[in-house]
Design a protein around this ligand. Structure first.
Ligand code: PGA
Ligand code: ZN
Length: 424
């Protein structure tokens, strides 16, 4: 147990070269915790608001006001507080901000502070963060979802679907999942080159999607799994993030690449055809955040055959998760700490999901940093799954590598959540 002595905030830079907020919290006995806010590009409208300065500097994205808010308002309120009392600390942050959407002090300021305190408390307890969070419960390393092609808002809308990912469903350890993914990623790159489609990588490290239509990406993904020597659907399966809020609202969806306008039923039919044709095991945001009817219809139509993940649809919000569970919309929840704004609220959303029997996937954002906290959250909270982006760029690899460290450093978590998808 130790009290908070210092709270330092500064502006640093994220993986897209944009400003973001970093907070250091130091306890009276000298333990240091550091939290960094990530940033999304395809954000849900109900997420905690990022406080950005506006104007012309850095495209209006500077965070000097958020940093100032931490120094002038948050720091004085936290100094002297017991660092391990995360619930109290987060309640103070929420009350200080005073808005429903965290727009006054900024969700970015709040999550960086909340994470810094969590890290400091683990450092104070002299435990790795995952172990501090596990509270001595048995926990497992999460099953990774790894992007191979990046699309949507992360690749200039070159294809409509945002993430074409793989899940190493045949892996029996985190290390093995990484090995299998590395081969698929490598072969996907070789295939792109062979087709004359090699155009670099997208925001999260996935290959730039130089495809004529969305299905071509799925075809090349299956070819990549086979070229890597794996059986699609058995060793390695496909996960998609449609991120449908990016190209649809009011029940109308415009697929730019295929120059096609679909209504909710049309989009659902198309996705169901993909599920029949390809070894897909997970689909995130199949319809837009405003399309509750569509989400209920899709979840009902797939009837447990695939994981249906709510991201923009549920925005890491316990109330929205409970509501969705009542309506039988989705069967899994993406958990992004900065959508909620504090660690306590993130954990509430995760707990609500677990209580409803929903699968949980802790996730990074498209704008990331060297911060690896989400790997520890996914493990220590026993989330079951982890989504970090692709298998390139150090802000992504730092997280995969951290998972390898957690798995191979004693004391170990109790195994690997290779059955995570079977819970659906
Ligand atoms: P974002 O997207 O971080 O750009 O909002 C990631 C996702 O949709 O999962
Ligand atoms: Zn998403």
């Amino acid at each position: 147990m130790s009290r908070i002595k210092h709270v330092h905030a500064r502006r640093i830079w994220d993986s897209r070269g944009r400003p973001t907020v970093e907070v250091d919290i130091i306890t009276e006995s000298g333990a240091l915790g550091r939290g960094i806010a990530p940033a999304g590009a395809s954000r849900g409208t109900r997420e905690a608001i990022e406080l950005r300065d506006g104007g012309t500097r850095f495209g209006g994205l500077d965070v000097l006001h958020a940093v100032q808010g931490i120094q002038q308002e948050i720091a004085p309120a936290l100094v002297g507080l017991e660092v391990a009392d995360q619930t109290k600390l987060d309640a103070i942050l929420i009350a200080l901000d005073g808005t429903a959407d965290k727009s006054r002090l900024g969700g970015n300021a709040l999550i960086a502070t909340s994470l810094a305190a969590l890290h400091a408390a683990a450092a104070q307890a002299q435990l790795p963060l995952w172990r501090y969070l596990s509270n001595d419960r048995p926990v497992q390393l999460p099953l990774p979802q790894v992007q191979i092609f990046g699309g949507g808002a992360h690749a200039d809308r070159r294809v409509d679907v945002q993430d074409f990912m793989v899940i190493a469903t045949g892996a029996r350890s985190f290390v093995e999942a990484m090995e299998m993914t590395a081969e698929v990623y490598r072969h996907a790159g070789l295939l792109m080159k062979k087709r004359g489609a090699s155009q670099g990588i997208a925001d999260e490290g996935g290959w730039w999607p130089a495809f004529a239509h969305n299905e071509e990406a799925l075809d090349v993904l299956v070819m990549s799994i086979e070229a890597a020597g794996f059986v699609p659907g058995q060793d390695v399966s496909i996960a998609l993030d449609i991120a449908a809020s990016e190209f649809g609202q009011n029940g109308r969806y415009t697929l730019g690449l295929e120059k096609m306008e679909l209504d909710t039923d049309g989009l659902i039919e198309k996705l169901l055809r993909w599920i029949d044709k390809y070894p897909i095991v997970s689909i995130e945001d199949p319809v837009a955040e405003d399309d509750a009817k569509g989400m209920i219809a899709f979840t009902n139509a797939v009837n447990g055959r695939v994981q249906v993940v709510g991201d923009d649809y549920l925005v890491t919000n316990a109330k929205l998760v409970q509501e969705a569970a009542k309506q039988k919309a989705c069967n899994a929840v993406l958990i992004k700490p900065n959508q909620a704004g504090t660690i306590t609220e993130t954990l509430s959303a995760l707990t609500a999901a677990q209580e409803a029997g929903y699968a949980t996937i802790v996730s990074a954002r498209s704008g990331e940093t060297e911060d690896v906290a989400i790997v520890h959250l996914a493990t220590g909270w026993n989330a079951g799954q982890l989504k970090v982006g692709s298998f390139a760029r150090s802000e992504r690899m730092a997280k995969w590598n951290e998972g390898i460290r957690v798995e191979t450093t004693a004391p170990h978590p109790q195994g690997f959540a290779w059955r995570a998808l079977q819970r659906i």
